[in-house]
Write a protein that binds this ligand. Structure first.
Ligand SMILES: [Zn+2]
Ligand SMILES: [Zn+2]
Length: 283
């Protein structure tokens, strides 16, 4: 009998892909390359520096010690403070975070980030501290996801499009290129960066939508498209590795806000949270 992993992926695609150990370093590199020709280059470079600090935080003993038993929210204030120091140490003259954040403020904001990640609300306006808190939480949640994903997962129901690891909503979907996964669609979690397999040509925001159309900016980066649903009038972005192998959902999302404006003008509402994106910026 063949071991299960030797089945062709076309028959049985891997359901879950754990976040790579260098997920934040890759994101940082992508932010930097997108920043080069971009009107929001300063902001994207600032996010690149924040992603680099996230990668450093991910390698610290406190983060590596996170286990599935850890209360991730309770671990947030210490992680936020560590990230603040790492960012300030390598901010290259960019605006850092001068003051340590109050622990109860971190816990309050971290709870709203969990709500936001579940897709239930968009924050109307972000304090600068919001970015630091989200960034530290992403590192904690990604580490917990890595440990959990290595364990057997229950079968996923077709209609369940929340992250199988942490229950958050997807940031967007990615069409994979490369060996074994070419053409497969995965949704990427907005909080823990886990990717999970999702069939194509079906709306992931509602259970009815089968008809989707793809909108892209004329002449712009063809690797980023908005997948719209006429049934729920929502959309999520799809990032196509098949058109650009370097595409990185979290970074490419923030570098393609002009597409959100275009799709919004056509009457579709954004259905996927980017935790670094607040209502004022999406509008
Ligand atoms: Zn998740
Ligand atoms: Zn829909």
């Amino acid at each position: 009998m063949l071991p299960p992993q030797s089945l062709p992926t076309a028959v049985s695609p891997t359901l879950l892909l754990a976040p790579a150990v260098d997920v934040f370093a890759r994101r940082a590199a992508r932010f930097r390359s997108l920043a080069a020709q971009h009107s929001q280059g300063l902001w994207l470079n600032w996010l690149a520096a924040l992603s680099e600090a996230q990668q450093s935080l991910a390698a610290t003993p406190a983060i590596l010690a996170v286990s599935t038993q850890t209360d991730l929210l309770a671990a947030a204030p210490a992680a936020v403070e560590q990230l603040r120091q790492l960012f300030n140490a390598n901010a290259y003259g960019m605006d850092g975070f001068a003051v340590a954040l109050d622990e109860s403020l971190v816990l309050d904001q971290a709870r709203s980030v969990v709500q936001m990640a579940a897709g239930s609300q968009l924050l109307a306006a972000a304090e600068r501290s919001h970015f630091l808190i989200v960034a530290a939480m992403q590192v904690l949640w990604a580490q917990a996801a890595r440990l959990r994903v290595q364990q057997p997962q229950p079968a996923q129901s077709e209609a369940h499009e929340a992250c199988p690891c942490c229950g958050s909503a997807a940031l967007g979907s990615i069409i994979m290129a490369g060996e074994g996964k070419a053409g497969l669609r995965y949704l990427e979690c907005s909080l823990c960066a886990t990717r999970w397999n999702a069939v194509r040509a079906r709306c992931t925001l509602c259970t009815q939508g089968e008809v989707v159309q793809y909108l892209a900016l004329e002449g712009a980066h063809a690797a980023v498209q908005a997948e719209t649903c006429d049934c729920c009038q929502g959309y999520i972005k799809t990032f196509m590795q098949t058109k650009d192998i370097a595409v990185e959902p979290a970074a490419d999302d923030l570098a393609s806000l002009a597409l959100d404006v275009l799709v919004g003008e056509q009457g579709f509402a954004r259905g996927a949270p980017n935790l670094f994106l607040c209502e004022a910026e999406a509008a």
